[in-house]
Structure formats: structure tokens, C-alpha cells
Design a protein around this ligand. Structure first.
Ligand SMILES: CC(C)(COP(=O)(O)OP(=O)(O)OC[C@H]1O[C@@H](n2cnc3c(N)ncnc32)[C@H](O)[C@@H]1OP(=O)(O)O)[C@@H](O)C(=O)NCCC(=O)NCCS
Length: 197
């Protein structure tokens, strides 16, 4: 799929893995503040653990512009073993990172294709890349026979919520509370869904 200069492809090329992790860390630094000191930590942990089969990539002139990760039964974005955390980080930081990841984890669902990670490089935002990635994700959901798409978004992320609403996603659940405030630094985490029909 392509529009203008941007091409959407299934998977994630090996040479784009590090860029993808940097784009994701930059986009979600606020959420990942517990445990990860900087992007290097994040890249170090996940570089060998990203599952390309769960990704869609947006590229222009060979450069990665955006990344979308999908969770479905048996195909998760990160092939991650908690043990590797304790091998790479001090026990205290490993425990913090693990707690953070457990709270932010979007498990796969049988009744929905879950968009877990969507981020566009700052310089490429507002040009339709996110829309193209979501459309490609929905095409995959239909091909898999999934009845709906699902994703999570913090209530303060008004720009992303506008994009999801424009594409037909509706809020189906809102979770608040102390843990959400502490880890997601947000009043509420919303689940938004779209029937694929
Ligand atoms: C949300 C995000 C993926 C959208 O990607 P995008 O390529 O800018 O999206 P598009 O160009 O297809 O659509 C633009 C829409 O996204 C929204 N948007 C969100 N953040 C934006 C930004 N920084 N610049 C421009 N549009 C933004 C706007 O609502 C816009 O809709 P509008 O033109 O009707 O106002 C991107 O802004 C991003 O990576 N943000 C940081 C990470 C994030 O919040 N991810 C979603 C987590 S649930």
C-alpha cells in the first residue's frame, strides 16, 4: 500500500529495527519513564526481541517513517523473556522495567486484532502516515477474519483520539485509578474499538 512517497509494508526490515525502537521510545517516553533511563536502554532490551511478523512499517525513500505493532494470539510484538531483563540490568531497574511493562502490556485477544504500538516519526506527523498504517492494520484484521480492531489510548492524547474517532473507533472502556496515574501518567486509559464488518 502506498500514498504519495509513503509505502506501507508488512513486517519490519532488520535495518529498521533500531529506528523503530527509537521512534517508539520517543513517542512513549512519558509512559516508559519508569525503569528505562533513555532510548539506549530500550533499544538494548528489545533489539533482538522485536517480532517482524507483528509489525507494519511505513517508509519513504528507504527511511522508516512510522511503525505499527499488532497483538494477536500466538503473534506478539516482543519476544520477551523476563530473565533477559535481569541479565542486562541491575535487579532494581529490572524489577521497575518489568512492573512498568506488565501494567502497560496489551494482551492479544481472540475477538479483536489489537493495535499495541503506533508511532510516527515527529517530522512525518500530520501527513497521513498514521492513517495509512491503521488502514493496513484493518486490512490485516479483515484478512484474519477478526470481527473488530481494538487499541488503548490515554485520555490526554487528544490528537490520537481525534484520529481514531475520524477512522470510526469508539470508546468501549475507561480505566482510571492510582496505578494508571502513576504508570501511564494519565487520568484514564481508554479502550477504543472498531467493528470491521
Ligand atoms: C498519533 C500519531 C500516530 C498519528 O500519526 P500521523 O501520521 O500524524 O496521523 P495522520 O497524519 O494520519 O492523521 C493526522 C491526525 O492525527 C492526529 N495527530 C495526533 N498527533 C499529531 C501530530 N503531532 N501532528 C499532526 N497530527 C497529529 C490529528 O488528530 C490529525 O487529525 P486531523 O488532521 O484531523 O487533525 C502520531 O501523531 C504519533 O506518533 N504520535 C505520538 C505517539 C502516539 O500518540 N501514538 C498513539 C498512541 S495510542
Amino acid at each position: 500500500m502506498s500514498e504519495g512517497d509513503v509505502t506501507i509494508t508488512e513486517g519490519l526490515a532488520a535495518e529498521h529495527v533500531e529506528d523503530a525502537l527509537r521512534i517508539l521510545f520517543g513517542a512513549f517516553a512519558k509512559k516508559l519513564h519508569i525503569g528505562f533511563r533513555d532510548a539506549e536502554d530500550f533499544v538494548r532490551l528489545f533489539h533482538d526481541g522485536v517480532n517482524p511478523a507483528a509489525c507494519l512499517s511505513a517508509t519513504a525513500d528507504g527511511e522508516l517513517q512510522g511503525i505499527l505493532g499488532l497483538q494477536s494470539p500466538g503473534v506478539e510484538i516482543y519476544n520477551f523473556r523476563p530473565k533477559s531483563l535481569f541479565l542486562r540490568f541491575s535487579p532494581w531497574r529490572a524489577a521497575l522495567i518489568l512492573a512498568n511493562m506488565l501494567v502497560l502490556y496489551s494482551p492479544p485477544r481472540k475477538d479483536a486484532l489489537v493495535v499495541d504500538q503506533l508511532a510516527v516519526a515527529p517530522a512525518a506527523r500530520g501527513k497521513g502516515v498514521g492513517t495509512l498504517l491503521l488502514e493496513a492494520a484493518e486490512a490485516r484484521g479483515r484478512a484474519m477474519g477478526m470481527p473488530r480492531m481494538a487499541l488503548s489510548v490515554i485520555s490526554e492524547n487528544e490528537g490520537a483520539i481525534r484520529l481514531y474517532e475520524r477512522m470510526g473507533y469508539v470508546r468501549t472502556q475507561a480505566i482510571g485509578g492510582r496505578l494508571v496515574r502513576m504508570v501511564a501518567k494519565s487520568a484514564e486509559v481508554w479502550t477504543m474499538e472498531k467493528e470491521l464488518g
